[in-house]
Design a protein around this ligand. Structure first.
Ligand SMILES: Cc1cc2nc3c(=O)[nH]c(=O)nc-3n(C[C@H](O)[C@H](O)[C@H](O)COP(=O)(O)O)c2cc1C
Length: 205
């Protein structure tokens, strides 16, 4: 692998698969942008009784339970990190927050600083707290000393999906509305942008 290859980690939690689909697309887009990509689901913390009470959650849990779980090294290794979380009461989900809260030793050593970060989310309702979720996530990045690279309106396609804070999707009344072309375009753009920016930082280091 070339010395200059950007390392991108996509670290996410998904209960019913939406954030996972967004993460999968970011993997493809990150690779197309030339990055070496790691995809990691964080540990599930909910009790089996809660998971089993929702068919979609149980299905998704079974699908990802044997896949590699996120570790601190997946953040330390990376030049750029994309964090994904479903909106939970307008906030970051506890599973992703728990993972982030295990990173104290790496934070203390400065190992989380000077990397590129951005986030993605989903909610069931249109004004369901996507922006507050991403802003809450970004508080963490500030404490890391990370370099926040949100998409803003840096491309005409961002006027179509309309979220300058990151990328987000509304899952709708049944929690099953599929990702749209505008959102796929926004995911591709965000992956390209963080990889390109991280590449410039590497080149300048
Ligand atoms: C405990 C809980 C809290 C939630 N809070 C919100 C919310 O504040 N706003 C909203 O629109 N949807 C909310 N939802 C819906 C989830 O955000 C939605 O199902 C999720 O984004 C789907 O992502 P996933 O399929 O990756 O799990 C909530 C769901 C749960 C289980």
């Amino acid at each position: 692998m070339a010395n200059g290859t950007v390392k991108l980690s996509i670290i996410y939690y998904s209960a019913t698969g939406t954030i996972q689909k967004m993460a999968d697309r970011l993997v493809e887009a990150g690779r197309q942008a030339g990055a070496d990509v790691r995809l990691r689901h964080v540990e599930e913390l909910a009790p089996m009784a809660a998971i089993s009470s929702n068919d979609a959650w149980l299905r998704h849990y079974e699908q990802i339970k044997d896949q590699p779980k996120a570790t601190a090294d997946d953040v330390v290794w990376a030049d750029a990190v994309l964090f994904g979380t479903p909106t939970r009461y307008g906030n970051v989900c506890s599973q992703l927050k728990q993972f982030i809260d295990t990173l104290g030793p790496q934070w203390q050593q400065g190992l989380l600083a000077d990397k590129v970060y951005a986030g993605f989310t989903a909610s069931q309702t249109t004004h369901g707290g996507q922006e507050s979720t991403l802003l809450t996530l970004y508080n963490v990045i500030i404490h890391f000393g990370g370099i926040l690279v949100p998409p803003g309106y840096t491309d005409p396609l961002k006027f179509v999906d309309g979220n300058p804070y990151g990328v987000s999707h509304v899952t709708g009344p049944e929690n099953t509305d599929p990702l749209t072309e505008a959102e796929y375009n926004a995911l591709d753009h965000m992956a390209r942008r963080v990889v390109t920016t991280a590449g410039k930082l590497r080149a300048g280091a």
